[in-house]
Structure formats: C-alpha cells, structure tokens
Design a protein around this ligand. Structure first.
Ligand code: DGL
Length: 270
C-alpha cells in the first residue's frame, strides 16, 4: 500500500441514500476528516439483485473512490458488506470497513436475553451474514430474520413516516414480534430513516440497533491504528457523487442531513 496522506478523504458508499445515516455520524464524530460519499442511484436497490451484480456494482464504486485518492473505504451498505467485501478487497488496496460485525456487536452489547431480530434486504437476509456474525460472538444467541424489500423504495421516495409505511412495517415485523425478540438490528442503512415507525410497531421494550455509531467508532479506530487520522482542528471537505439523478439525490440528502449539501456530481458507469 502506497503511503497515504493523513488528510486524504474517507470514501463512503451505498446504493442510494442509506449510507448517509453512516456519513452523518462520521461527519459529526470526525469533523476534521474529509468525506466523499457515493450513492449508486443508477443501480438502487441492491437488495433484490444477484450476488454477482452486487459484487460488480460495489467494485466499480470502490474503484472510482480509490481513484479519488481515499485513504479508507466505508462500505455503508449491508447488502454489499454481506456479498461484496472479497470482490472489493481485490480491486482496492486500502483498508475497507464493512457494517455487519459492528451491527452484530452493538446488538449483543444491549440485548438482555440474546433474542436478536434482524431486518434487512432480501440479499442480506439470504446471505445469513448477521446470523453467522452474531453466533460467532455469542453461541447461544437466538436470531430471527425478516426481509423487508419495500422499505428501500419507500425511503428513496422520501416516504419516511405515515400510515402506508406503518402498515408495511407491521406486516414485515410480525414474525419478529412472534419470536419475542428483545433487540432488532436495522440491517440496512436505509432503515434508520424509518426508526420512529419501527419503534412504534415493535413496542418500547424492543431495542432498535442502528449501527452507524459502532461503524464510525470502528472507522476511527482503524485510522488511529494506521496513524492516518487527520490533524484535529481542521475542517474536512464534504463531496457527493451519484450515478444517476444527482439533483434528486441532493434534495433528499439535504432533508436527511439537515445541512446544506454541496452540488452532487454525476458519475456514470459505462
Ligand atoms: N442501504 C443498503 C443496505 O444497507 C442497500 C439497500 C438496497 O439498495 O437494497 O443494505
């Protein structure tokens, strides 16, 4: 690995708006770090695609970001983290942080009875990545999973609350309520947008895990270990790319982040 500059940016990507839930925490926790975000809006949703397509799209994005000189890549997408990490690591020679282990760790950290629910895209649930990660950390944990394929399109449409979302959430979460889970991992970075609705349908006794904090902590610790933290006191740059409809992405990103978003640049893959 060529010697990286401490002031080089961190790359963060997702199929769309979801990874902004991670971006937001990274920006708050490490304001001195520059961040480049990529939303692969031409290919969203990843969750209903084949593992081969997920690996191909993710590797293209990773290569593009590596070409922008990033010092570390945060794969802020559970679907890519479940299926594409080996492919990504083949094409980029920088540290890569995925989201599955941090989520599993965070859930076990708060679960009282070890009854963990996982909600995610079809592809993430099919991979059983969370089940394996949780069982590796605690053998006796009971894990129930539910795929929620309509959540990502709802979030990308800006439908984050309301009765339609609530009806869908009720239906998807029924098996988890029946399994009496005490903790639910929001196993897709789009789902924290729906947290108020999910909290309502799951009830106040169930802890909802948005792993963004844990992911940001892990990112910081990897950078510290490698001696790659940007000097404190500087103000990091924020840059945004989308592979389609950048203005639309920018509008929703502004709503989500609650801050001005610099012009979102278009980068198309041929
Ligand atoms: N936000 C992503 C995830 O965490 C991808 C969702 C999708 O594109 O289906 O899985």
């Amino acid at each position: 690995m060529a010697r990286m500059k401490k002031t080089a940016p961190i790359g963060v990507f997702d199929s769309g708006l979801g990874g902004l839930t991670v971006f937001k925490v990274l920006a708050r926790r490490m304001p001195e770090e520059s961040l480049i975000y990529f939303g692969d809006t031409a290919h969203v949703p990843y969750g209903s695609k084949s593992p081969e397509a997920i690996a191909r799209f993710s590797s293209e994005v990773a290569k593009f970001l590596a070409g922008r000189g990033i010092k570390l890549l945060v794969v802020a997408c559970n679907t890519s983290s479940a299926w594409a990490l080996p492919a990504i690591r083949k094409v980029v020679k920088i540290p890569v942080v995925g989201v599955i282990e941090p989520g599993a760790r965070a859930a076990l950290g708060v679960s009282r009875g070890g009854r963990i629910g996982v909600i995610g895209t079809e592809a993430t649930v099919k991979s059983e990545a969370y089940v394996k990660a949780i069982k590796k950390l605690r053998k006796g944990a009971r894990v129930s999973s539910a795929a929620c394929p309509l959540f990502v399109p709802l979030v990308e449409e800006g439908w984050w609350t309301g009765e339609v979302v609530e009806a869908v959430a009720k239906k998807y979460s029924a098996p988890l309520r029946a399994a009496k889970v005490d903790t639910v991992i929001l196993g897709c970075t789009h789902y924290p947008y729906l947290k108020p609705v999910l909290a309502k349908v799951m009830g106040s006794r169930v802890r909802l895990i948005d792993s963004a904090e844990e992911i940001a902590r892990e990112t910081e610790s990897v950078l510290c270990k490698l001696g790659l933290r940007a000097p404190r006191g500087r103000k990091g740059r924020r840059e945004f790319y989308a592979s389609d409809a950048p203005e639309r992405f920018g509008r929703l990103a502004r709503r989500m982040l609650g801050t001005p978003v610099s012009k979102v640049k278009l980068h198309k893959f041929d």
